[in-house]
Design a protein around this ligand. Sequence first.
Ligand code: AHG
Ligand code: MN
Ligand code: MN
Ligand code: MN
Length: 349
Amino acid sequence: MDHAADVYKTDLMTVTRHVLNEQSKYPESRGDFSILLSHIVLGCKFVCSAVNKAGLAKLIGLAGETNVQAIRVTGHFDLQGEEQKKLDVLSNEVFVKALISSGRTSILVSEEDEEAIFVEPSKRGRYCVVFDPLDGSSNIDCGVSIGTIFGIYIINDGGDPTLDDVLKPGKNMVAAGYCMYGSSCTFVLSTGSGVNGFTLDPSLGEFILTHPDIKIPNKGKIYSVNEGNAKNWDGPTAKYVESCKFPKDGSSPKSLRYIGSMVADVHRTLLYGGIFLYPADKKSPSGKLRVLYEVFPMSFLMEQAGGQAFTGKQRALDLIPEKIHERSPIFLGSYDDVEEIKALYAAEE
Ligand code: AHG
Ligand code: MN
Ligand code: MN
Ligand code: MN
């Protein structure tokens, strides 16, 4: 009896291997995507490590001093001696440097940078990456799950890169994903043929496939919204949330779960089912979440997992953003749950 096989799975399906398998279906791909992804994964591993230390740093009062632990990340960039930075600024720098050093990107759009970053010609590649380097930053200091969200477009043919390469509907993305820094570090990715989840094995430093082919339940028992905004909601949202709490069909009320980090709320919705809402309200008529690097990637994943994503007016992935930091209301999750709120908005028209 081969005991090793019992203890050690020998067929390690890492993110890189998984993507190489998928990419082999597209002979024209020259491995560029795998190289780009490996740099995104490197950034996530760095942030995972920094997030785990952040609490400690806070405890032993390192915050605000020079970053004494010289964090050297092999090869690409060295943050040694950097002033202790806020985690979202540090994370942003790590992803920007990793993506540029991949030599596979031409434009980067980050929540942390007012302007798009146009990569210098000698380092340009065929991809444009839009990302939220640290999502849920209000939860950093209390140790609640936070994350990174990203979406990937292929640059338009010919000519120098322009904003038109990223001001495209989310349905044009070739890939989207997130990394959640929680009790474990989970990387969830879709390249357009389903959704797969990988968990970081710290002993290997590799993300291993743990959630193959994720499918969201058609209907869920959870709704996820910041009820604190209830007085500012429009009619259909208010009616929908009311129906979650006081169902008219005699079914039991849905449970409310709201973490306040989009990555964590969406990850739970993807695995357990239900609906996540960040509606428009009187104070923020376009809602709060950003189209390019929060709404689109999460909507892409939801559709790939069999769910759907709606803005209150249309399918979220059909939106065409006019500005790189544009916001949109979003209702996403289990197909049947989103259908209910779509019906309420349709009745308003
Ligand atoms: P970020 O930290 O990247 O700015 O994102 C925070 C977002 C999102 O993570 C979450 O769903 C939402 O803010 C929570 O907003 P409220 O605190 O208004 O509910
Ligand atoms: Mn965010
Ligand atoms: Mn952010
Ligand atoms: Mn923010």
